[in-house]
Design a protein. Structure first.
Length: 556
């Protein structure tokens, strides 16, 4: 587009040139006509001038017609070109080149589809302000899913005017070269994901962005990995199913699973450690310092687990089995795979909607989220939604995996690492009701408009419960304001799997310079959140669902 614009500019110059010739000719002619009438100059001179004007006009006509032809071609070319499509005459850059341009001194590059853009000179005039910097060195696409105002020819035109190159699509699954590093083959992640740890990769979005959209774009969905990401191939993938006591196991290839009747659900997945940072403020815990964005909502398409188990030979009324164990394709240095299990009743419950999902938001599940198959256990902690699923075992026992037995369990605030006995607590399955204030974020400055501030966040409850109310206060609970639901899924409990996005305008004291906002949600079983983090603190920092409290400054 830059080149097209350049050529349009040239054409424009040509046009102006022609106009100049014409004007000049006409001007000359007028001038000479004036002279002719007033000074009666010779016919020869007039003839020459007329001839000049005609020749000038012809040249002008030629250039105008030529420029019309060129611009028509160019316009046609431009119209045919999708924004972000590959442009033969521009250089190709790989992802490393692009991510190295993420600061003003190195210039700020972004990508859109196959286009690479240097947007440094646009940043200060961007109508959306500094937010644009979130895409620095990375793709703008996931943000534009959040802010669909950008799906507009006027925006594409601006973007294309900053075009500098093409993205090397073959390198999108950029690999680091150090083969001795178990993390040498990690997928490329979006810069907007803020890592809580890099190896294994665990990251979440800034909370203000999280709630811009009911469905979280795949690239911005929080990532919770325990081990290096396996690189499974669709063509060679096989899922093994073992029913204990039955000698013969059954295998399904990806295409076999895709042939079975499919189902799509909208479900929120949350890490047990979401909002752990609130617990850490009270007392240190062992665990990643997650903020309130270790949660996301997507549509998941796949085949119901119960159908696959039944087609593998499991009898629905066979009550000797109690659990369904899952094993991922991610292994530790000893070769031990990530694993977890769920109770069999949930796996077989038609209303449980447990899926062997192969699509996330309508596309194959990205590597970071479990390609090619992730078991989606809606309403249940993320840790049981095993990614890169390679094996299912129907058993009378829970998974013996570390993550089922010695992690993801809750304890009393008085239990410490000397007294903890992991065998005494059940593995977390359904998650309790939670809410979070995402906008404004902690420590930010909020504009007071008509004596009110706008507060926005999410609320969700595990086990298929629906959120029925969110209460928000800015005066320590003296007065509560009921939030409006900006987006809530129509599904009824106990199959209400997705979060609710809420918003509320709250009056603030005319004199206050800052306030502490509190939010709490109530679900369809009238479960609500505990008031203080102190009384639910636990040594692993899981299930941190106390009232969410955010301190902000006020600007008038
Ligand atoms: C780099 C390419 C980008 C371009 C060319 C661009 C361009 C624009 C334009 C022209 C508008 C005004 C649209 C209108 O009112 O019709 C706009 C608004 C906005 N943009 Fe961008 N933008 C870019 C990237 C981003 C990114 C990466 C984000 C967020 C992370 C973002 C967030 C916003 C927001 C929040 C608004 C204001 C929306 C509103 O007022 O409702 N933009 N942008």
């Amino acid at each position: 587009m830059y080149r097209i614009l350049q050529r349009f500019t040239t054409i424009e110059i040509k046009r102006r040139g022609v106009q100049a010739i014409q004007c000049c000719g006409l001007h000359e002619l007028n001038k000479e006509q004036h002279n002719f009438s007033n000074e009666n100059k010779s016919f020869k001179r007039t003839r020459n001038i007329l001839l000049g004007a005609v020749v000038g006009g012809c040249i002008g006509y030629y250039f105008i017609e030529k420029s019309k032809l060129v611009s028509a071609e160019e316009i046609k070319k431009y119209n045919n070109d999708e924004p972000g499509s590959f442009k033969e005459d521009l250089p190709v850059y790989n992802l490393e080149d692009i991510s190295s341009h993420a600061t003003r001194d190195k210039r700020i590059w972004v990508t859109y589809k196959e286009g690479v853009y240097d947007i440094t000179n646009f940043i200060d005039t961007h109508p959306g302000g500094d937010q644009i910097l979130l895409a620095a060195g990375s793709s703008v696409e996931p943000f534009w899913l959040l802010y669909s105002i950008h799906e507009n020819p006027h925006v594409y035109k601006i973007l294309e005017s900053y075009r500098i190159g093409n993205l090397n699509k073959d390198e999108c699954n950029n690999l680091t070269k150090d083969m001795t590093d178990p993390y040498f083959n990690e997928p490329k992640r979006h810069n907007a994901l803020k890592p809580a740890s890099k190896k294994p990769f665990n990251a979440e979005l800034p909370p203000e962005l999280l709630i811009q959209s009911f469905i979280t774009p795949n690239e911005l969905f929080y990532v919770r990995n325990h081990l290096p990401v396996p690189d499974l191939k669709a063509e060679t993938y096989e899922l093994e199913i073992e029913i204990e006591g039955v000698k013969k196991t059954k295998s399904f290839r990806l295409e076999d699973l895709k042939k079975l009747p499919k189902k799509t659900i909208t479900a929120t997945i949350m890490c047990a450690g979401n909002r752990r940072s609130d617990m850490i403020k009270h007392k240190p815990v062992k665990g990643l310092n997650w903020g309130p964005a270790a949660i996301g909502t997507a549509t998941w398409t796949g085949v119901p687990l119960r159908d696959v188990l039944i087609s593998a030979g499991l009898k629905e009324d066979d009550d000797k089995f109690k659990h369904v164990q899952f094993e991922g394709g991610d292994s530790d240095v000893t070769g031990k795979m990530y694993g977890a299990s769920i109770p069999i009743w949930r796996a077989l419950d038609k209303r449980g909607d447990v899926l062997l999902a192969y699509e996330m938001n309508g596309v194959p599940i990205p590597r970071d989220h479990g390609f090619p198959i992730r078991v989606i256990v809606p309403g249940v902690v993320g840790a049981r939604n095993v990614k890169w699923l390679e094996k299912i075992t129907v058993s009378d026992k829970e998974s013996d995996s570390h993550w089922q037995q010695n992690d993801y369990k809750g304890f009393s605030p008085s239990t410490d690492w000397d007294t903890v006995d992991f065998t005494k607590s059940p593995a977390i399955q359904e998650l309790p009701v939670i809410s979070a204030i995402c906008q404004p974020s902690e420590g930010s400055t909020v504009k007071v408009e008509q004596d009110k501030i706008t507060v926005k966040g999410y609320a969700w409850s595990g086990g298929g419960h629906k959120i029925v109310r969110v209460d928000v206060t800015v005066d320590g609970g003296k007065s509560w304001h009921v939030a409006n639901f900006e987006h809530q899924d129509a599904a009824l409990p106990p199959q209400h799997w997705a979060w609710t996005i809420w918003t509320v305008k709250i009056p603030v004291d005319k004199k206050s310079k800052n306030v502490e906002i509190w939010a709490k949600a109530v679900d369809s079983s009238y479960n609500t959140q505990p008031e203080s983090v102190e009384n639910i603190w636990n040594l692993r920092g899981v299930l941190s669902n106390a009232y969410h409290k955010v301190k902000v400054n006020l600007k008038r």
